[in-house]
Design a binder for this molecule. Structure first.
Ligand code: URA
Length: 211
């Protein structure tokens, strides 16, 4: 199966993303914008969630009403630390979702992703996974996260980011053609340090004010 990239180009998302990119945007504003965009992205990514019907009573009548069939069966996996910003916003929409964390850091010389933390729900085999990380740059972290998650065999895996670079998407698709990627934009390229151009800088630093 060949996975696709879905670019979620809703005008509200594009407007907020432009504000996030700007150097002069403060940490507080950046965090707020990521939260808002995260919710809008989550709305699209969860479009195909299955529904079931339950008998309820309105003040007027009984009805069979739709509810999420598997709200507690979704696991959001945050790639630390920048993934936390997207995770928090998605949890506002799906509060019963379970949460996992993968800690990866980028080796400054090789740029390879090195794992330092991994914690996911025990019954992940029965769950659908959404991995979140704002920046898909070289794709090394995304590939390493999916490699690791495939070892624990979840029902399905999707990947959600805010920005992606063409080089990273290519690398990711070569390694994991079965995993669908959702992003708000695909930028031009990577620079020699592995940053996305034009990008928005270091998402973790901008989110937590550690510049
Ligand atoms: N990670 C970031 O935070 N920004 C980039 O541009 C690339 C990787």
């Amino acid at each position: 199966m060949s996975a696709k990239v879905t670019v979620i180009d809703h005008p509200l998302i594009q407007h907020k993303l432009t504000l996030m990119r700007q150097t002069q945007t403060s940490t507080a504003k950046f965090r707020q914008l990521l939260k808002e965009i995260g919710m809008l992205l989550a709305y699209e990514v969860t479009r195909d969630l299955p529904l079931k019907y339950e008998l309820i009573e309105t003040p007027i009548a009984k009805m069979n009403a739709p509810v999420l069939a598997a709200e507690k069966k979704i696991v959001i996996i945050s790639i630390m630390r920048a993934g936390q910003g997207l995770l928090d916003s998605i949890l506002e929409l799906i509060p019963s979702a379970r949460v996992g964390h993968i800690g990866l850091y980028r080796d400054p010389t090789t740029r390879m992703a090195i794992e330092y933390y991994f914690k996911v729900p025990q019954d992940i085999e029965q769950r659908d996974v959404l991995i979140v990380d704002p920046m898909l740059a070289t794709g090394n972290s995304a590939v390493a996260a999916v490699d690791r998650l495939k070892e624990v065999n979840p029902k399905s895996i999707k990947f959600l980011c805010l920005l992606a670079a063409p080089e990273g998407l290519k690398h990711f698709h070569e390694q994991h053609p079965d995993v669908q990627i959702y992003t708000a934009a695909v930028d031009e390229r990577l620079d020699e340090h592995g940053y996305i151009v034009p990008g928005l800088g270091d998402a973790g630093d901008r989110l937590y004010g550690t510049l």
